[in-house]
Design a binder for this molecule. Structure first.
Ligand code: GAP
Length: 456
């Protein structure tokens, strides 16, 4: 993981947030290559869940929501992590994670009493990570919602706060009726959204794995009451298949069922990914939420969110099957899976084995020599033509060809195109060398055939 974090910084994938001010815990900025990978992942996810489906509708809901949304959803009372504070140096730890670290089975869904009991039984094995003392206060449930003063012009600290979303999916529930009323959507159908969420995580950790600002790619599939079981299995399998189809190695994935369920779920499974160094951990949550969400919002808003079947006239609150994945975690999983080390001509080589659809740069174009204007002019022509077609094309004339290949390998560019003297005249006029990232093989290709070759 250290190698991946270092490459991310060095090559412009991910930078620590507010770095010039010393950094800010749990915050990261995506650099020029990172934003390309992130956008490619979002586009691939959106294609699979909206464009390739007849029964899905897209959404982009506002970040700020009526504060009652978070009461109805249960987040103001039930969305917490267990925290204990060191009495000596005030360092706060996340108790379930610390217990897990020493091999004691625990999670954030246990009650405060259960966690206090487990913590008390293991205090002697849990020194403060900062000062080493074993003198922690009791375990408290710490609410993770982030408060704002949006719309509060009184400066009154007791005024009801507007929260940032603790989970992005609430925007989907608020718009369930709007989507039914304004589209051909008929149960069973789904709504997909990629939206921001914010969590006051006690201990943001492991790079992009646990951050305080996150983006969640969510699908909510609305089904008839009690018609959830079979659909749930299909939804689960579809998410697994998507990861594999997008190039994640199946041996790095596994399903894990939750022992303790969050307040809204009747069944929950995680797709886990085998992160380097950390091992298997949650990548995506798949939750059977029954009628909890629409029932709660009907009750708290006073708006009936029942669905009326247009054929049978039957009226009911649909049940919901949810898939939810943090884009940062997805980014980290794909980056980790693509990270490959091999040997070429006796030298160690690092390359990112992204499928072309995900590669931040699709192709790099070089003149063999940068001080030969005739080569540079022709290479510029090829570069402009490819850039119009693919956008994410890089001009690379720095150093010798070998160094350029290594540099492109390290950012996952599947093809390098080189314009040389053979491109300019004779039988080989208007052909270029194409070098393939994974095999390092080179082939001679007509310039007119480049677009089709790269498109694959
Ligand atoms: N709407 C359901 C929900 O939010 P969750 O299990 O709390 O469920 C879903 O979160 C996904 O969001 C997780 O599987 C993970 O990918 C991502 N996620 C949650 N908290 C995160 C955090 N602090 N940092 C990064 N990703 C996070």
């Amino acid at each position: 993981m250290e190698d991946i974090i270092s490459l991310s910084k060095r090559r412009g994938f991910v930078y620590p947030g507010s770095e010039i001010y010393g950094g800010m815990a749990g915050m990261y900025d995506y650099g020029p290559l990172g934003v390309e990978l992130l956008n490619n992942l979002k586009a691939a996810w959106w294609k699979a869940h909206v464009y390739d489906r007849d029964d899905f509708y897209g959404l982009d809901s506002a970040i700020f929501k009526d504060p009652r949304v978070w009461e109805a959803s249960g987040h103001t009372t039930g969305f917490s992590d267990p925290l204990a504070e060191c009495k000596k140096c005030n360092t706060r730890i996340r108790v379930d994670k610390e217990l897990e670290r020493i091999g004691v089975k625990a999670d954030e869904k246990m009650t405060e009493a259960e966690l206090n009991e487990l913590f008390d039984a293991n205090r002697d094995k849990l020194p403060c990570p900062k000062c080493g003392n074993k003198d922690f206060g009791p375990v408290h449930a710490f609410n993770l919602l982030v408060k704002t003063n949006m719309g509060d012009f009184t400066g009154d600290a007791t005024a009801e706060p507007v929260y940032l979303p603790g989970e992005a999916c609430q925007g989907i529930y608020l718009n369930f009726k709007n989507v039914v009323d304004t589209t051909p959507a008929r149960v069973p159908f789904g709504i997909a959204q990629i939206g921001k969420a914010f969590r006051n995580e006690i201990s943001p950790r492991n790079f992009l794995f646990r951050t305080r600002e996150l983006e969640q790619a969510d699908t909510q599939y609305f089904v008839k009451p009690h018609e959830n079981k079979e659909a749930y299995e299909r939804v689960k399998q579809a998410r697994w298949d998507w990861y594999v189809q997008m190039g994640i190695r199946p041996e790095n994935l596994r399903f894990k069922q939750h022992d303790n369920l969050v307040f809204y779920a009747s069944d929950a499974w995680d797709v886990e990914y085998n992160f380097p160094t950390y091992g298997f951990d949650e990548l995506e949550g798949i939750h059977d939420r029954t009628d909890y969400d629409l029932t709660q919002h009907s009750k708290f808003s006073g708006t009936d969110l029942s669905y009326v079947d247009p054929q049978s006239g039957e009226k009911y609150i649909p049940w919901i099957l949810e898939t939810s994945v943090g884009m940062g975690r997805m980014f980290l999983a794909f980056l980790s899976d693509a990270y490959t080390v091999d040997e070429v001509n006796g030298e160690k080589r690092i390359y990112l084995k992204f499928p072309t659809a995900l590669a931040p740069v699709k192709v790099a174009v070089s003149p063999l020599l940068k001080n030969k204007p005739e080569l540079v002019d022709k290479a510029r022509e090829v570069y402009t033509m490819l850039k119009k077609e693919f956008g994410a094309v890089m001009w690379d004339d720095n150093g010798n060809i070998g160094k350029r290949y290594r540099r492109q390998d390290e950012i996952g560019t599947p093809y390098c195109v080189v314009v040389d003297f053979d491109t300019l005249e004779g039988d080989t006029a208007d052909t270029v060398t194409v070098r393939h990232r994974d095999t390092t093989e080179q082939q001679r290709v007509q310039i007119s055939g480049l677009v089709n070759l790269i498109r694959g």
